[in-house]
Design a protein around this ligand. Structure first.
Ligand code: HEC
Length: 159
């Protein structure tokens, strides 16, 4: 609880400075890589919502199933090509979230304690916040003409 408050205060404090420049570390990605990361992000958000929904009904079987779908198995779906371009700390933070969801799934099955799951969810989501506070995605300048948009893009196709 104290950690959540600390994060909330940091967020409020940094907003209150009125600094309009996004100072988060930049991840230069291609259109395709950006799409891959953001698609996974949206899956994390909707999976989280599904978990909370099942949790509100204390349906721990569904909690476990939804949490497992966000586990380490999710990360293995084609993340190899991103490993090369994303910073190590970024990959580690991402992996720790996937591991947390596997733990949530395992505990939901073995302990069947919604309150315990709720605490784990809150803790896991601190990592969502920490990463979002640290990184932003920017398209690599030459990436737009690369894959699908070369026909109506004014720059020459280049690598
Ligand atoms: C390892 C880093 C990292 C972690 C962990 C992480 N995210 Fe993200 N997320 C990002 C980055 C980077 C962006 C893009 C932010 C930007 O460019 O401004 C993003 C964007 C998003 C978006 C916007 C997607 C879109 O289509 O624009 C959602 C939703 C999201 N994250 C949800 C989550 C949730 C929920 C969690 C935790 C369960 C989470 N993220 C954990 C790095 C992370």
């Amino acid at each position: 609880m104290r950690n959540i408050l600390a994060i909330a205060l940091i967020l409020i404090a940094s907003t209150a400075t009125g600094n309009e420049v996004d100072t988060r570390r930049i991840l230069p990605l291609t259109e395709h890589q950006r799409d891959h990361v953001l698609t996974e992000m949206r899956a994390l958000l909707s999976g989280t919502q599904n978990i909370l929904d099942a949790l509100s009904e204390e349906n721990m079987t569904v909690v476990a199933r939804e949490a497992r779908s966000l586990g380490v198995g999710m990360a293995h779906k084609g993340e190899d090509h991103l490993k090369a371009v994303l910073p190590k700390e970024f990959m580690q933070m991402g992996m720790s979230v996937h591991k947390a969801f596997d733990q949530i799934a395992a505990d939901a099955e073995s302990m069947q304690d919604p309150k315990h799951t709720l605490r784990q969810m809150s803790k896991a989501m601190q990592t969502c916040n920490a990463c979002h506070a640290s990184y932003q995605i920017r398209l690599k300048e030459h990436s737009t003409g690369q894959e699908t948009q070369s026909s109506h893009h004014q720059h020459q196709h280049q690598h």
